[in-house]
Write a protein that binds this ligand. Structure first.
Ligand code: NAD
Ligand code: UDP
Ligand code: UDP
Length: 324
């Protein structure tokens, strides 16, 4: 990690990944400006950082222009849970596309390096397995997930066009399913749902028959990958996959959560959401060779830390995980 202190903007900084990133950058001695509109993020996620004189929070929606002075930009603003991004799909596309244009415009004026939090969803329901960066994907342009998938694909297009046309220094990370403390307890994603259900002794809701697969990366590993990518020389633009290549079925995940929580919850089966990808696993050869990066935290260890977080939250806030 560089020892030179920089001013760094993190959009979506009050969200799950953003809050961990702000923390990591502050620990490295940088000045951090966290910008968030609190759509899915929470002030609580960054409350412990507020006293730090190097940390600043600004309520702002990235679909509107932003005039600040920074050296680097991590663009994370965008709801990531299917439940949330489908709640207001037009706003989701605006956040990805107008947000990218505004942050790229800002980076262009400042000649700042800019990193985009892209996603494995650019591969859609992949027909190539595992997914490598040179796979163009299999994406429905008009479905329920399209606001997110196509918004993120268009953001990648914008990043590469600003790179070619305006010689911007860009970094594009394709993030695969990531979990850990500070996921929103009601955010609808599978890890938080299963843990909250198991802790409450409620049925665990498996969508479909649970044979669909995902590969889950612990948040600390993911943040190390993002920071390592930002630190690379200008010639490295990505896109580069960041995720944990250990793949398991959703049913296996449910069984692991039941075992680790010691829960008596039963499994119940509910309809599969539209266009739910059948399989997903990153090929991280490029991240290994370019960044010298690979995940270190095994699933059981990561789940244990995440369960401990949700247990604390439940004890503080009650079973719903929300403040009364
Ligand atoms: P999150 O929902 O916890 O965080 C997103 C943050 O962006 C929230 O704080 C939200 O309030 C903020 N935000 C949303 N729209 C905004 C807007 N218009 N202006 C300003 N702020 C806005 O989700 P996360 O898991 O932390 O994801 C962060 C980023 O990483 C997202 O861009 C997401 O697409 C990407 N990503 C995450 C995962 C994952 O598994 N966690 C996987 C792939 C990609
Ligand atoms: N922009 C911003 N902050 C800046 C500079 C630009 O938010 O410091 C926004 C502005 O809204 C603009 C967009 O970024 O529309 C794209 O900027 P760019 O310079 O690429 O385009 P132009 O201003 O020429 O349309
Ligand atoms: N899922 C599930 N039960 C839940 C939430 C999600 O079975 O309560 C499934 C979902 O259908 C998908 C997988 O778990 O196959 C991962 O879902 P998530 O929303 O976390 O992320 P995705 O990878 O689909 O964006």
């Amino acid at each position: 990690m560089s020892i030179v202190s920089r001013r760094i903007l993190v959009t979506g900084g009050a969200g799950f990944l953003g809050s961990h990133l702000c923390e990591r950058l502050l620990e490295a001695g940088h000045d951090v400006l966290c910008v968030d509109n609190y759509f899915t993020g929470r002030r609580d996620n960054v409350a412990h950082l507020i006293g730090n004189p190097r940390f600043e929070v600004m309520r702002h929606d990235v679909t509107f222009p932003l005039y600040v002075e920074v050296d680097e930009i991590y663009n994370l603003a965008c709801p990531a849970s299917p439940v949330h991004y489908q709640h207001d799909p037009v706003q989701t596309t605006k956040t990805s596309v107008h947000g990218a244009i505004n942050m790229l415009g800002l980076a262009k004026r400042l000649r700042a390096r800019i990193l985009q939090a892209s996603t494995s969803e650019v591969y859609g329901d992949p027909q190539v397995h595992p997914q490598r960066e040179d796979y163009w994907g299999h994406v429905n342009p008009i479905g329920y997930r399209s606001c997110y998938d196509e918004g993120k694909r268009c953001a990648e297009t914008l990043f590469f066009d600003y790179h070619r046309q305006h010689r911007l220094r860009i970094k594009v990370a394709r993030i695969f399913n990531t979990y850990g403390p500070r996921m929103h307890p009601n955010d609808g994603r599978v890890v938080s749902n299963f843990i909250m259900q198991a802790l409450a002794g409620e049925p665990i809701t498996i969508y479909g028959d649970g044979s669909q697969t995902r590969s889950f990366c612990y948040v600390d590993d993911l943040i190390s990958g993002l920071v390592a990518l930002m630190e690379t020389e200008d010639a490295v633009t990505g896109p580069i996959n960041l995720g944990n290549p250990v793949e398991l079925s959703i049913r296996e995940l449910a069984e692991a959560v039941i075992e680790l929580t010691g829960s008596s919850s039963e499994l119940v089966f509910a309809p599969l959401p539209h266009d739910d990808p059948v399989q997903r696993r990153p090929d991280i050869t490029l991240a290994r060779s370019t960044l010298g990066w690979q995940p270190r935290v095994a699933l059981r260890e990561g789940l244990q830390r995440t369960i401990a977080y949700f247990e604390r939250l439940r004890d503080e806030l009650g079973p719903s995980g929300r403040k009364p």
